[in-house]
Design a protein around this ligand. Sequence first.
Ligand code: GDP
Length: 629
Amino acid sequence: MAGRRPPQRRARRRRRNLEELEPTQLTTYQPSTAPVPEGEIIIERGSTARDLGPKLNRSAGDIVRFLLLQGEMVMATQSLSDDMIELFAAEIGADVRLVDPGEEQEAELLARYFEDEDEEDEADQRPRPPVVTVMGHVDHGKTLLLDKIRSANVVAGEAGGITQHIGAYQVEWQGNPITFIDTPGHAAFTAMRARGAQVTDIVILVVAADDGVMPQTIEAIDHARAAEVPIIIAVNKIDRPDSDPQRVLQQLSERGLVPESWGGDTITVETSALQGTGIDDLLEQIVLVAEVEELTARVEGEARGVVLEANLEAGRGPVATVIVQQGTLRVGDPVVAGAAWGKVKALVDDHGDHIKEALPSTPVQVLGFSEPPHAGDEMRGAKDLARARTLAEARAQRFRLSGHKPVAATAGARLEDLFEQISRGETATLNIVLKADVQGSLEAVTESLKRLERDDVKLSFVLRGIGGITENDVQLAAASNATIIGFNVRPDRRSRELAESSNVEIRTYEIIYKLLEDLEAAMVGLLSPVYEEVVTGEAEVREIFRVPRVGAIAGCYVRDGRITRGSKVRFLREGTVIWKGSINSLRRFKEDVREVASGFECGIGLSDFQDLKEGDVIETYEEREVART
Ligand code: GDP
């Protein structure tokens, strides 16, 4: 990957310089009273003043002058940051919507073909069930609580109980339906939000009474607050002899969540997920909060929803779990989500039953997509199949293009080109897609990176987000000529392959100073060699056995490569690194073995690390130095 550079860069630069010499642009101004186009104006991120001006009925000069007065020196041909575009739009009273490069065409298709959200009629609104996400620190009881709620509140007549795990389920409490997102934790919550989708109406924050407020509790509070979603506290594990609910309330008060019983407005419920106590109380509080929130949705017309998860299933094809947010989704409806489109072949609910239609707040599996969409994609019903297909294909086209060539609008350097550009006396902008494991580290890394900025090196964050490095991140980085920096997070196999094929550099770190050191080195042309980590094996955790005195053993299935005793490993949960170390013991059927190949099951000894869960991934790797040219 080293030393490769888009070949057209030099030519482009020369042209840019020529444009900059044109004298006339800065002197034409529009009167400040000139009319501003009405309605939402779609603007590509990274537009220049010259692109932006005409769309807002202003000249490039107007924008440059305005920004100068704000203390920002930009040229008419220089990419503007989101802030600059929004600032100027606000100044003249224009309603702009920023879209990623290449997305403009899609946004126009959407506007032309699909009903506009803002035009939804008040009169069509009907009450809808709340959608609830359970968050909290690991081991505080989220999963058990979700299981208990589910099994205790299966709709009557459902003798066999629920068989399907589709990512969300609905229960009925005293005639009130409530939808629960089945993947606890904030990784899914933030991943959705980072993509502009918000499905959650209420957050249940689980805090174990024997453990109190912990780091992930605090993060969950931050996330819920950032999303402006009401929080209900479940003080859990009150059956434990060492539980101390008062201490939990005290700690929460210190974070601004003052319980109602103490005169504040935070609802708290004491629960024991283990014994099933307090669960009715919790459900009642959810219903009450939902009433206060007056949650409504349009029931008639084209459906609109969000994809929770999707995959390819043998015999069923692409299967996507969708939460319907507006309208009604029916079998036979043409639909589009991301680059996937199709006609709804079947709708399957959380009991595994085929249903004809899904109303707002209903989680449902949708069969019939051309390919699996991505979690967080918006799903829309279309008037006809042709429209769904046109929109999906416009997106697919953008994904393909951005996979191969950097978009010119977002000029910027990659880490490895940085020094070359600086040494030519140019100001270099390093475009970064930054992914981190938690909000706290995301902020910390951002702040530290910003401190490295100099007059000749600017940083531009194309995206900052929480969670593993996804194919979407890689596509975005490719589209915006950015380097991906992962802090305590990793790309999965598909993202890694996509990064290689689309020439995107991914650098992952676990220590901030190492990252800063690398960046400083890049600025003086001394970038240290890249240690390419070659992933040698990947195993999925299927079950955890706890063996007295030995600790935990993970029953695993080797999905790829081979697992070797003594090799370096890291544990990934939804793409986030949760532990690093090495394999202690490796067994097949009680036999100690040195190596297990893909397609086989094995037991992996976890030494001091106990917190593995079903579905986690154990990745083994080697480090090899990659030569720079
Ligand atoms: P999560 O990581 O938040 O999803 O936590 P889990 O639901 O997996 O629970 C972690 C552990 O705590 C499990 O061993 C549960 O059985 C246990 N646990 C959960 N809730 C309770 C509770 O109310 N009381 C007791 N004593 N144990 C609980």
